[in-house]
Ligand binder design. Sequence first.
Ligand SMILES: NC(=O)C1=CN([C@@H]2O[C@H](COP(=O)(O)OP(=O)(O)OC[C@H]3O[C@@H](n4cnc5c(N)ncnc54)[C@H](OP(=O)(O)O)[C@@H]3O)[C@@H](O)[C@H]2O)C=CC1
Ligand SMILES: O=C(CO)COP(=O)(O)O
Length: 314
Amino acid sequence: MNEERYCHSKISMAILGTGAWGSALSTLAAANGYHIKLWSRRSCQTLTEVVKDADIILSAVSMKGVRDIISQLQLVKISPKTILVTATKGLDPQTTCTPSQIWQKAFLKNPVVVLSGPNLSKEIQKGLPAATVVASKIDGVAEMVQLIFSSYRFRVYTNHDPLGVELGGTLKNVIAIAAGVCDGLELGTNAKAALVTRGLAEMVRVGVDWGAQQDTFYGLSGLGDLLATCNSPLSRNYQVGYQLASGKKLSEIIENLEGTAEGVNTTQVLVRRARVQKISIPIAEQVHRLLQAEISPQQALWELMQRDVKAEYE
Ligand SMILES: NC(=O)C1=CN([C@@H]2O[C@H](COP(=O)(O)OP(=O)(O)OC[C@H]3O[C@@H](n4cnc5c(N)ncnc54)[C@H](OP(=O)(O)O)[C@@H]3O)[C@@H](O)[C@H]2O)C=CC1
Ligand SMILES: O=C(CO)COP(=O)(O)O
């Protein structure tokens, strides 16, 4: 890594996506004195103008925009030294790939960093304390991104398992929908603890099969994000589940939701992948059937509770 090129006072960063998360991340970096160029589809500046000379390009677009943004960026000549940071928590419906896998395939020579953690953007915008993880396989790259965002109110940890960090943030959205249902049905604290713990077991099974490290799921980007999202009405995914429990239709919930609930798409992709890989994910399967309106929330609970008895670890 060229030290001079990355002298911090000179680092320039472009953030793509000015939704809730892109805006919160730009607030954090700007508070540390970095000059950030923001881009969205509604920007006056072109994407080319915004990413020109950027040392770091951070994408905070929702999953449905990832391929679009990448195609547009491929038309712009970006340096192979430019660090690409992905903050999206979703899965590609066509390939089941994670965003970082898509970014890396499109920009083979560029270092790719995953940023993910228990980061409800509304709390961060209020200045409340939080922590996150930046992960890359390449030494020194995640550390660069760590410095940009670290502050007394935002603690950033590095990690060498980008896939595990990304899958933690992505898969917990499915369990957060189930947690919203659990609270909406007023099933109690015992039920919620069981759901979240067994949900984590499903995340670990899927993640390890995918090639991620098991330990990563017990850290901030896995368990940490699972706890935040399953326990907060600020989470859009939790809201989807909570409102389904009250009898609302999914289409109506999504129409009135502030921002994106990635878990709805992620559930479909996850279930498809788990069936191919023959991985048992009973909670995600019931979330899937509920989102497809094949069963009621009460039936989903019944299906989970009447499964055959088994050992906790097998
Ligand atoms: N909000 C949060 O607390 C957190 C969110 N995340 C993740 O970050 C991602 C974004 O979430 P969030 O900001 O909340 O979502 P929002 O719905 O608030 O914003 C989505 C962003 O994606 C952009 N976008 C969507 N499709 C396209 C496209 N085809 N081309 C260009 N841009 C597109 C939108 O652009 P436009 O404005 O033009 O529609 C908008 O900037 C999600 O994957 C989410 O899971 C991660 C951590 C925390
Ligand atoms: O990922 C998040 C918190 O870490 C945001 O959760 P929601 O997308 O459910 O709002």
